[in-house]
Write a new protein. Sequence first.
Length: 169
Amino acid sequence: MTVNSTDFIELKTHSPCLGICSTTYGDQVCRGCKRYCHEIADWLRYKPTQKHRVWQRLESTSEQIISNFLLITHPEKLQSCLHLISHRHTPPQSNHYRLLLLLHHLANRASPNEKKQAFNVTDYGLQWQIGMPSMSFIELWQRIDQQLLALTIALYDRQIQRPMQVTNI
């Protein structure tokens, strides 16, 4: 499917919400979808181009973190595994962001025994980065999620929080 930039923006206006918002408890960055609190509050008022910028950041940060752990060696194999996700996100999305959603899905729906088993990355068209030890997908998800949250908080601090503090002096 060929998508032009206008279609791309229109398709991505759906919310990235995962239904576990932590901004209602005072977090500046949601622990679920990793959007900033003002992005969540203003999402319905955002223009498609504003939503597109948020999606770009979410996809960029997910690629940055996931690439530390895994290589996507067979995107078509990964794509075939995505039927497991019954999420309302609409394409196009980066393969790394789709992988993030898949890991989230697997981690939240796995049995206790499955959570302990090593994650067979080749089943999903993936390969461990050189030097990365094999781990269960729940451990992988937790490590990726923690690093993604830390990166997003750092971006928030650098791009939003700190400039606001400087202007308020």
